[in-house]
Design a protein around this ligand. Sequence first.
Ligand code: MIC
Ligand code: SF4
Length: 645
Amino acid sequence: MGYTIGQKLIKSHLVSGEMIPGTEVGIRIDQTLTQDATGTMAYLEFEAMGVERVKTELSVAYIDHNTLQTGFENADDHRFIQTVTKKHGIYYSRPGNGICHQVHLERFGKPGKTLIGSDSHTPTGGGIGMLAIGAGGLDVAVAMGGGTYYITMPKMVRVNLTGKLSPWVAAKDVILEVLRIMSVKGGVGKIIEYGGEGVKTLSVPERATITNMGAELGATTSVFPSDEVTKAFLKAQGREEDWTELKADEDAVYDEVIEIDLSALAPMAAMPHSPDNVKSVTEIGQIKVNQVCIGSCTNSSLSDMMKVAAILKGKTVHPNVSLAISPGSMQVLNMLALNGALSDMIAAGARILESACGPCIGMGQSPNSAGVSLRTFNRNFEGRSGTADAQIYLVSPEVAAASAITGVLTDPRTLGVAPVITMPDHFIINDSMVIPPATPEEAPSVEVLRGPNIKPFPVSEAMGEEISASAILKVGNNITTDHIMPAGAKILPYRSNIPYLSKFCFAQCDPEFSERCQKEGKGIIIGGANYGQGSSREHAALVPLYLGIKAVIAKSFARIHCANLINAGIIPLTFADESDYDKITQGDMLVLPDIRSRIEKGEEVTLKNTTTGEEYKLCYEFSQRQKDMLLAGGLLNYTRENAKK
Ligand code: MIC
Ligand code: SF4
């Protein structure tokens, strides 16, 4: 039996386990990336491990999230990351150089390699045939130290592409269609692999848009073959030698096959407040638009920007619309400036932002009250934009630019002939904003500079014999890590200050949550299905840990968050019978009797509700390693214990 691309990539990096879906496999990591909102913590954790120099082939730290700098905090964190990376062998991409995933694709990613990044959209690298996975900061720290990265061996899904996209229909519409079919839970435990005749009609930036937003499916990752198109892209980036071919075997077997005829797709939008709430633009109709934002790691490539510029050329942004554009990287922005496209955007009235995440993570550009904002981004969770009642629609650059001119949600096919954008033979290459690390000889003399906003991170204790605490919070389905630990301009600067962040934990769901935790000192969270979807931020585990959360009992968990909980020493458990969820009321007193010995021995775990007198069966699927980690009180304790042995 032949292998899929995903299986080939795992096989060539396999350190432990067998490639049986649902069981744990350990893989060797070639490259890592961090961004600044998760990076500060990741490097503090790396320092705590006591490794002098990274053991990966390449590790890069990007500064792209916290770039508003409304106080000293961001700049201090940047300086910390710049100095700590210099000391430990990591490349540092300065603020202004661009969004981590865009820059990594342009300058560093290599087909056939493994990459983990402390950001959920790391699968962007799958666009050039990498096994690129989003992970918690601590997992990235461990990988930088040469440690193995563990995943549950995923099932393989093949998305078979036929035909060719029609004019005005974009890669964004492909992934929106996949989201419509599979939902935000549909990719959990799976690798989404693209294949078929349609693949060769898609450029690398188009493929990267699709693998990027595969994160919203909850998938482990998404991947395209590495072919002649990939080779041409790398050649244009001056990196032809980084190319290797990668394709699925003819007789590879998939667990699931989805057929998509590219020619049949139409422009689409994900409506508020979920990336899978997808309808065609014509179906939604011509709703009035207040804001349009173009950019983010999903849609900020040179070709996306060139399309936008061509649509805007000679036009003026509608008087009721504010149009903000953030090109994805210095390379993109510089090329737009040189070829005149930037001038077309400016003349049309676009507000040009720096090459960074910006509005995508609520760093400025919050819409007006109840405002409708069309964004080329990947997430439209409630409140993420910074305006609680804003209505965010996720669309392609084509739909965004067309609507910015008309002032209403517009099917770009009504605009006439679509612009044809060809990929350049050569991108402008200027890596001056990437600072290489110190040599091993120089490294000892590099001083790591820390600002006063950097506070120690919480470390859990070994698991006790019994847990007894109240159901301190009960939440519904699809709770995102943005609910658990919101981002945005006011809070993001405190990503290295857990005590301060804790005030905002679950603030959107229950403003009293944090205070209640402080009062009770401990608690158990009750969650619905797909608990912890979205971002990789380990703060969504570290802050609850700080607040005394001992366990989360949910209908099901999202992959990265579940791993982050275990890393933090918080026990993730699921209901054996989902209807038991309904029997628990917030405030009920709960007991997990003999939890330690039961997990140790692999026995059934029960939950006693002493308020109602009921008992519920719970499930867990921990590997031996995860059990040991939980018993030790998280990954750091576990690593320290192992080091002692
Ligand atoms: C996001 O898009 O939510 C982020 C901000 O990039 C996060 C990381 C973070 O919370 O810092 C992600 O996707 O992992
Ligand atoms: Fe940045 Fe948005 Fe991409 Fe996250 S999704 S990395 S915030 S651009």
